[in-house]
Design a protein around this ligand. Structure first.
Ligand SMILES: Cc1cc2nc3c(=O)[nH]c(=O)nc-3n(C[C@H](O)[C@H](O)[C@H](O)COP(=O)(O)OP(=O)(O)OC[C@H]3O[C@@H](n4cnc5c(N)ncnc54)[C@H](O)[C@@H]3O)c2cc1C
Length: 495
C-alpha cells in the first residue's frame, strides 16, 4: 500500500502543471505554489516578448492527452501556448491545487524529524511555514535573469538611454524610432532584433560573440521535425552508455555519419547564406546539437539583406554618451540596449548545504535521470530534463518522479546505483560530449528517445515502441504514442 503524501509543487509553468497532474492523479494531496499571478511560466503573457512563438512544432510541444487545437499554426504564438496551458490546467482541474502569487522563499528539512521539507512561503507580504512529505521543484531554467552590467551604464541611462534584459522587451513600441542594440546571439536576441526592425526601429545592431548553427523551420523545404527528431538521427550522436558493440558500429559507420552531417551543414550554409554574413560556425553541427541550438527567427536573414539589422561579432566594452563602444572598437549609436544574455541557472530555494551536493564546481548538476539526487531526499526536479519537446519531457519525468517517490518504479534504483550513474553521466558530458554540458547538463536533447526509453523501462512500461518499426525509426516522438506507453505502466493509487 502506498501512503498518501502531502506534496508541494513549486512552479506553475509547463513542468509544474505536469507534476501537479501526475501526483494528484496518484491520489496525493498536492499544493502548488506559483509566485506569479498566473500559470504559464515563460509563456505567461507579461513575461513574453512580442511575436514570440515556439521553436518546436505544435505536435512536439504538447501533453500526451491534449493536442494543440487544429486551428493553431504549426509553430504557435506565445499567447496560444499560454491558452493551451490554461486548457490543460482546466482539463485536469489543476487550478484548485494552486496558490498563485505565492513565492517559495526557502526550504529546510522538517524539524519534527519526519521525512520531508518545511517550505517558507511568502504571499501578500506575509510569511508562513508549511510541512510537506515530498517536494517537486519545477522552477525552470528561466526564472532568474542573468544580469550583466557595463561601465558607463548610469551615465547612458541619465542621458536618456534605456537598458533592459530581453524578458523586459514586452512592447514593440519600445523600439519605434530608436537605435536598438541587442547583445547576444541566441534565439531571444534574433527574435527581438527582428521584432524591433519590423516595428519602426531606426536601426538594429545585433552584437554577438560566437557563430552557432541555426536551424530554419524548413530545411530544403522539409519541416525540420521530419529530419532531426528521429531515432535514426539520434543514433548518430555519441550518446552515453554505449555498449562495445554500439561503439564498434559507430566506428564503422563514422564516414557515413560524417557525410550526413556535412551534407546538412552544406544545405544550411546555402539556404541561409551563412558565408555571405560571415556566420559559418567553427564547430561541426553534430558536436553542437543540444538544447542551445536555436531556430532561425522568421525574417532574420531578410532583415540582414535590407540592412535593417546589422551584425557585429564581439561584445560590449562600455557605454559612452549615447553610444555603445564594442570590444572591436566600433561605436554604435544606441537609444535602447537589450541584453539578451539569458538566465541564471540555479535552485536558490534550496539551502546552501544541499545546493553544494547538487551542483558541481563547474556548474554541472548531479541528477539521476535529470530528476533526483540521492543526497537530497524527499524531493525531485521536473522540467530539468529540457529538450526540443519540453512538454512531453516534463510529463514523462513527472510520471517517473511520482513512482520514484512512492517506491513504485519497476526498477527502483539504490543510492549506490544512482551515484554511479551520476558519475558516469558527468564523465560522459565532460569527456565525450561537451555540448551536453549546456544548462548545467540539464538537457536531454538530442537524445529524446534514449532518455524516454530509460524512463519507460524504469516505470515498467509494457509498450515502449510504436508497432510500425519504420515510424518508430524515422519519425519524431509521438505524444499520443507516449500516452499509450505511459498507460501501459503498472498503475496504483496512494491511499
Ligand atoms: C521564448 C522561449 C521559447 C521557448 N520555446 C520552446 C520550444 O519551442 N520548445 C521547447 O521544448 N522549449 C521551449 N522553450 C523552453 C521552455 O522553457 C520550456 O518549454 C518550458 O516552458 C519550461 O517550463 P518550466 O515549467 O520548466 O519552467 P518555466 O516556464 O520557467 O516555469 C517555472 C515557474 O516557476 C515559478 N517559480 C520559480 N521560482 C519560484 C519560487 N521560488 N516560488 C514559486 N514559483 C516559482 C516561475 O514563476 C515560473 O512560473 C522556450 C523558452 C523560451 C523562454
Amino acid at each position: 500500500m502506498v501512503t498518501r503524501k502531502k506534496v508541494a509543487v513549486i512552479g506553475g509553468g509547463v513542468a509544474g502543471l505536469a507534476a501537479a497532474k501526475a501526483f494528484d492523479e496518484k491520489g496525493h494531496r498536492v499544493i502548488g505554489f506559483e509566485r506569479s499571478h498566473d500559470f504559464g511560466g515563460v509563456w505567461e503573457l507579461s513575461r513574453s516578448y512580442p511575436g514570440v512563438q515556439t521553436q518546436s512544432p505544435k505536435d512536439l510541444y504538447r501533453f500526451t492527452d491534449l493536442p494543440m487545437p487544429d486551428e493553431y499554426p504549426q509553430w504557435p504564438k506565445g499567447p496560444q501556448v499560454h491558452a493551451y496551458l490554461h486548457a490543460y490546467a482546466d482539463k485536469h482541474k489543476l487550478g484548485r491545487l494552486y496558490q498563485l502569487n505565492t513565492d517559495v522563499a526557502g526550504m529546510e528539512r522538517r524539524a519534527d524529524g519526519k521525512p520531508g521539507w518545511t517550505l517558507t512561503l511568502e504571499s501578500a507580504g506575509r510569511t508562513r511555514k508549511e510541512d510537506f512529505d515530498f517536494v517537486a521543484i519545477c522552477t525552470g531554467q528561466f526564472s532568474y535573469k542573468n544580469i550583466v552590467s557595463h561601465p558607463g551604464k548610469d551615465e547612458f541611462i541619465a542621458q536618456g538611454g534605456r537598458v533592459m534584459h530581453s524578458s523586459e522587451y514586452t512592447d514593440p513600441e519600445i523600439a519605434r524610432d530608436k537605435h536598438v542594440v541587442v547583445l547576444g546571439g541566441s534565439k531571444s536576441s534574433t527574435d527581438i532584433a527582428v521584432n524591433a526592425a519590423e516595428n519602426g526601429a531606426k536601426q538594429v545592431t545585433m552584437v554577438y560573440r560566437k557563430n552557432v548553427w541555426r536551424l530554419p523551420y524548413f530545411i530544403g523545404g522539409i519541416n525540420f521535425k521530419r529530419l532531426l527528431y528521429m531515432r535514426a538521427q539520434e543514433m548518430q550522436f555519441n550518446s552515453w552508455g554505449r555498449s562495445p558493440l554500439k561503439k564498434a558500429v559507430a566506428t564503422i559507420t563514422k564516414p557515413l555519419v560524417w557525410a550526413n552531417f556535412r551534407g546538412l551543414e552544406t544545405m544550411l550554409k546555402m539556404q541561409l547564406g551563412l558565408k555571405k554574413w560571415n556566420m559559418v560556425p567553427e564547430t561541426p553541427i553534430e558536436k553542437e546539437a543540444s538544447c542551445s541550438l536555436p531556430l532561425v527567427t522568421p525574417g532574420f536573414f531578410e532583415n540582414l539583406e535590407t540592412g535593417r539589422i546589422k551584425l557585429v561579432q564581439g561584445s560590449y566594452d562600455h557605454y559612452d554618451g549615447d553610444a555603445v563602444v564594442l570590444t572591436n572598437g566600433d561605436r554604435v549609436k544606441c537609444d535602447v540596449s537589450v541584453l539578451a544574455v539569458g538566465w541564471k541557472l540555479g535552485v536558490p530555494v534550496l539551502p546552501e548545504e544541499y545546493r553544494e551536493k547538487l551542483i558541481e564546481d563547474d556548474g554541472q548538476y548531479r541528477v539521476y535521470r535529470l530528476s533526483v539526487n540521492p543526497d537530497l531526499p524527499d524531493m525531485g526536479f521536473v522540467g530539468f530534463n529540457s529538450s526540443f519537446c519540453t512538454v512531453l519531457a516534463a510529463e514523462m519525468i513527472a510520471n517517473w518522479l511520482v513512482r520514484y517517490a512512492d517506491g513504485q518504479l519497476a526498477h527502483q534504483p539504490s543510492e549506490a546505483e544512482m551515484s554511479e550513474n551520476i558519475e558516469m553521466m558527468l564523465n560522459w558530458r565532460r569527456k565525450e560530449r561537451p555540448a551536453a554540458q549546456v544548462y548545467g547538463g540539464l538537457c536531454s536533447a538530442p537524445f529524446h528517445f534514449k532518455h524516454f526509453d530509460e524512463l519507460l523501462a524504469d516505470m515498467g512500461a509494457r509498450k515502449t515502441k510504436r508497432s510500425n518499426p519504420l515510424a518508430e525509426q524515422f519519425s519524431y516522438p509521438d505524444a499520443d504514442a507516449y500516452g499509450r506507453f505511459l498507460a501501459s505502466t503498472p498503475q496504483y493509487l496512494a491511499g
